[in-house]
Design a protein around this ligand. Structure first.
Ligand SMILES: Cc1ncc(COP(=O)(O)O)c(C=O)c1O
Length: 396
């Protein structure tokens, strides 16, 4: 059985004809159109050369940022583009200075490790880090986060959806508390944008970061930063550069006028080929609409959990569908080897300790594929015959 009318999009994703591709929380499938767009980039570079900048490339971060804005509930002109989410976080963090007793960054133990390392590194700049611990089920209790936020909090930075368990944090409650005490909020939407509805304006965050790599099917190099529009007029990112200038080609080094749109948050020369790669996925997600994607996703994750029970596996996924985003992690003995074996058989999943095999269906997957992944895990687990297990790659 195919998930509703969304199956018509399958032809747009070449990898679906040769594998069961169920890892969109890590790398979304490449749209066929992305290859044409990348060819166009190469053609512009080859035939127009440096004129590419004035003809399209200089303003391309805004072009892509405005497409992202439609997906996350932001107005046009509020989303800047960055190489990765760590960098986007740093740009946002660089707008905040520790001031007197207000110097604490509050994050959680289940945020993506790169972020926690980045926050900890800010201790050198006078910040103090508070990492709210996880519960036994690898989620983070809202109450614990709320308790950690007080008048000494400068920044509250946390994942909207946790990358291991796909648990949806109570973002509204945490943001409300942060705003009550006057702390700056940075929301990491990397595991939410494109798979569950996100409305950064309604949430009232100061900053939101994310990327096109995963659920937005845009490939690497396309991280984004939403800055609340009124902040764009006053934010002074310490991590800045000439892209933020109103007249960058004046090459002034004094106190120059800054752009008032999202380019205000940018710094050096942007990753143009990555932007070409992102266009098609963003257009497809926008055409389908995140509500419909969420609907299909919810049905597939429910089926995955039913099969977890059927086969007697365990899962760290929340059983309340309202708290579960797009991924179901399935734990079995030798989960890393099972995941490698599946990949060798063209059933593409990944492995993350301690939750096991992460399965992330997207709008282009079918219920048959959901059943197939779980049947494969059951069969490999029963026979314990592993292939691809001798891989020496760091990547799991
Ligand atoms: C929630 C979340 N934040 C951040 C990242 C990675 O950030 P970066 O783009 O800096 O590699 C991931 C990667 O999987 C993630 O799941």
């Amino acid at each position: 059985m195919v998930i509703s009318e969304l199956a018509k999009w399958r032809d747009e994703f070449p990898i679906l004809s040769r594998s069961v591709y169920m890892i969109s929380n890590s790398l979304g499938a490449m749209p066929r159109q992305a290859a044409r767009d990348l060819a166009e980039y190469a053609d512009v570079w080859a035939t127009r050369g440096v004129r590419g900048w004035e003809e399209r490339w200089w303003e391309m971060p805004t072009e892509v940022g405005n497409k992202i804005a439609r997906v996350i509930g932001a107005p046009a002109g509020a989303v800047s583009m960055h190489e990765n989410v760590t960098t986007a976080h740093m740009v946002a963090l660089s707008c905040v200075r520790p001031a007197g007793a207000r110097k604490r960054i509050v994050c959680t133990a289940m945020d993506f490790p790169s972020m926690v390392h980045l926050y900890r590194a800010q201790e050198a700049a006078g910040f103090e880090l508070c990492v709210v611990p996880a519960d036994d089920d690898l989620t983070v209790s809202t109450d614990r986060v709320l308790e950690a936020i007080d008048e000494s909090t400068a920044v509250v930075a946390f994942s909207h959806v946790l990358f291991r368990t796909s648990y949806i944090m109570d973002a509204a409650a945490i943001i409300q508390r942060a705003r009550e005490v006057g702390a700056t909020v940075i929301l990491d939407t990397y595991q939410s944008a494109g798979i569950i509805p996100v409305d950064v304006a309604a949430l009232g965050v100061d900053f939101a970061v994310g990327g096109c790599l995963k659920w937005l099917c845009g490939g690497p190099g396309n991280a984004f930063l939403y800055t609340r529009p009124d902040l764009l007029a006053v934010a002074r990112p310490a991590f800045t550069g000439w892209l933020a200038h109103e007249h960058p080609f004046d090459f002034e080094i004094g106190d120059v006028p800054m752009r008032r749109d999202a380019m205000h948050m940018m710094n050096g020369t942007p990753s143009i080929p990555a932007y070409y790669a992102a266009l098609a996925g963003l257009d497809i997600v926008d055409a389908i609409g995140v509500d419909r994607i969420r609907d299909a996703s919810t049905r597939m994750t429910a089926r995955l959990l039913a099969l977890v029970d059927h086969y007697g596996f365990t899962s760290a996924a929340a059983r309340d569908p309202a708290r579960l985003a797009g991924t179901v992690a399935v734990n079995v003995p030798d989960a890393l080897l099972v995941s490698r074996t599946l990949k060798a058989r063209d059933v593409i999943v990944d492995y993350r300790p301690p939750v096991g095999i992460r399965i992330s269906p997207h709008f282009y997957n079918t219920m048959d594929e959901v059943d197939r992944v779980m049947a494969e895990i059951a069969s490999v687990t029963a026979t314990r015959t592993y292939v691809g297990a001798d891989g020496t790659s760091l990547v799991t």
